[in-house]
Design a protein around this ligand. Sequence first.
Ligand code: MN
Length: 135
Amino acid sequence: MKEKTILVIEDDEMNLKLVRTLLKVCRYGVIEAMDAENGIELAREHHPDLILMDIQLPGMDGLKATGIIKNDPDLKEIPVVAITAFAMEGDEEKALKAGCDGYIVKPIDTRKFCATIETYCNNKGKDIDSGKEVS
Ligand code: MN
């Protein structure tokens, strides 16, 4: 089976490094962007199996970028999972409203990460943290 490719859009180097390491351990291919504009470009170029989207990015934020992806006929089928900071209350709701298929809270739970990613790759539109359907 072909390896799945995950596009990570994250401007925080520490978090990007952690996510990259975890994804590689789980045998995913990883592509990376540190801002939304570059991320959308890479999504068009590589058509990844999943996009991990940080919400707070320099320039265009992750919510706006998700809106662009979900309004693009060529990209809208790609699941987008927001990476939200634990302290940012209301971010989860905003992420889902903006079109994200789910969210992962920072700091990332490294034990659950791979299973979470696999579920989102195969079963988009389901919020596995709460078990509720979100779309
Ligand atoms: Mn950020």
